[in-house]
Design a protein around this ligand. Structure first.
Ligand code: 0FX
Length: 243
């Protein structure tokens, strides 16, 4: 029997994961779900819950190592300290095709730089989205995809990977492969630097369209320009491929 700690800051994904383990059945294995202590929205909603609890992976490292056989980061916003990744097997479900565009919001950068994107399950080491790859699935970015439509395809790919590999991962029964290259890494500041559109920028239509669709993600107000009064004007792009 294995004790598995799933840490996630993505509530819809937790719902999909829980449904999968209920439908598939993992007899003998125990799961506990936690979210990051920095996640104020989940803390407000779940402060009284014993089934979805707050965790600080740094402060509670020793406790996690003692109590669990496996830790799964399912879009967990905390960096796992080296003591934790050395003390217990830690696996990351990442919305990117490692080693391309590791780090923050991979599909945004794939739209911009054309590098492949998809979902990856990998062992966690001391660097970001870097450890040995257990399974991955590429997703096609079409000329009409926005960040949101590409992201939704990636979430589906991640769920397919989890469905196909979770039991083997829990039972530590899988092959893994180190990425062939270091790849590239994007941080939150790289995403933030893309938000302000300089109205005097001269480039091809292709580049401008790519920038705007990479910044288009549902309700998020990402891209903006400053008008003559210095007011921020937000913008998104809609694309309609012919049926
Ligand atoms: O949970 P997640 O999908 O993923 C992020 C990182 O990309 C990933 O590398 C890391 N392992 C994980 C812990 O955190 O991020 P999210 O739920 O904050 O955002 C989902 C998408 O929403 C993102 O890919 C782009 C979009 N988004 C999000 C924010 C906060 C925006 O377009 N603007 C935003 O301000």
């Amino acid at each position: 029997m294995s004790k598995v700690l799933v840490i996630s800051d993505n509530e819809p994904l937790v719902g999909r994961f829980k449904k999968l383990i209920k439908d598939k059945g993992f007899p003998g294995h125990q799961f506990h779900f936690s979210y990051s202590y920095i996640n104020a929205a989940l803390a407000r909603k779940y402060s009284n819950s014993s089934k979805f609890t707050s965790v600080n992976v740094k402060d509670e490292c020793e406790n996690i190592i003692q109590n669990y056989d496996l830790v799964i980061s399912l879009h967990c916003k905390q960096l796992f300290p080296s003591e934790l990744v050395k003390g217990v097997r830690c696996v990351n479900v990442h919305p990117g095709l490692n080693p391309h565009n590791r780090g923050w919001f991979p599909q945004v950068f794939s739209i911009l730089n054309g590098l492949p994107c998809g979902g990856t399950i990998h062992e966690i080491d001391e660097q970001l989205d870097h450890g040995a790859i257990i399974a991955q699935k590429a997703v096609e970015v079409e000329s009409w995809d926005t960040s949101l439509t590409a992201y939704n395809k990636i979430l589906d790919a991640e769920m397919e990977l989890i469905q196909a590999n979770l039991l083997d991962i829990i039972e530590n029964n899988y092959l893994k492969e180190n990425p062939l290259e270091e790849g590239n890494l994007n941080l939150k500041k790289d995403f933030n630097a893309l938000r302000e559109i300089d109205l005097s920028d001269i480039d091809t239509f292709q580049k401008h369209i790519d920038r705007l669709r990479a910044m288009t993600h549902g309700e998020y107000m990402n891209a903006y320009f400053l008008d003559k009064d210095g007011r921020k004007v937000f913008l998104k792009l809609e694309l309609f491929p012919e049926e």
